[in-house]
Design a protein around this ligand. Sequence first.
Ligand code: NYM
Ligand code: MG
Length: 228
Amino acid sequence: MTTPRGALIAIEGLDRAGKSTQCDILLNRLRAAGIPAKLQKFPDRTTPIGHMINSYLTTTSTNLDDQSIHLLFSANRWESRDSILSTLQAGTTLLLDRYVYSGIVFSAAKPAEVIPDPKPLSISWCKAPDVGLPRPDIIIFLNIGQEEAEKRAGFGEERYEKREMQEKVRGLFERLRGEGSGSSTDKEDWWVVDAGGSIEEVAGEVWKGVEEGLRRVREGSGEVRSIE
Ligand code: NYM
Ligand code: MG
C-alpha cells in the first residue's frame, strides 16, 4: 500500500491575528495525534530571495517598486514548490503560515505610486505569478475585528503594519473569501475562525478546520491541485 499524501493547510489572517501561535499549537497537536506534520512560513526569510524581502520589510533604505517586491514574494513561494510537493507525497501534512492569499491582498492594498502609474495593483495582476503553485486543501482564516486587533500588542516596525493598510487588507481578504476567487479557490476552501477568543478557544476551532482538511484529503483523488 502506498502512503496516503499529507494535507496542505494554509493559515491566513491579518497581522496580529495569532497565526504563528496557532501554527505552533497545531503542529504539536497533529504530531501528538500521530500525524506527521511540518511547518513552512512565508515569507521564508532564510533564502537569498527571502533576505531581500526581509530587508525590504525591515528597512526603509531598501526600496523596491511594488511590482518587483510582489514578484519576489511569489518567487519565494516558487522556490519551495518542490519541497512542498515532496513533503506531501511523503505523507507529511504541511502547515503554511501565510501563502498566496497574503501575497495577493497585501500587494493589492498598497497605496498607488504617484508616478508614473497612479493605479493600485489589481487583484488579477497580483494573482497571476502564483498560478500553478500547489493549492491548499483548506485555508484556515483567523478572523479578527478591527477593535480586537487594536486591543492587542502594538505593531512592530515593519512596512505594511499601519492601520490604514490593515483595514484595506481586511476588506480585500473579505472580498477574496466572498467571491471565492482567491486564486480560483472555491468558497468552501475557506474555513473562517473567530480569532477574538482565548488561545485555547481559537485552537479548538482551528482544529475543526484541520479535521475537515484531513477528511477532504482522505476522500479526494490523492492529487494535489494547482492554483488556477
Ligand atoms: N506579505 C506576506 C506580503 O506582503 N506578501 C506575501 O506574499 C506574504 C507571504 O509580509 N505584513 C506580508 C505580510 C506581512 C509581512 O509577514 C511579513 P510575517 O508573517 O509577519 O512574517
Ligand atoms: Mg508580521
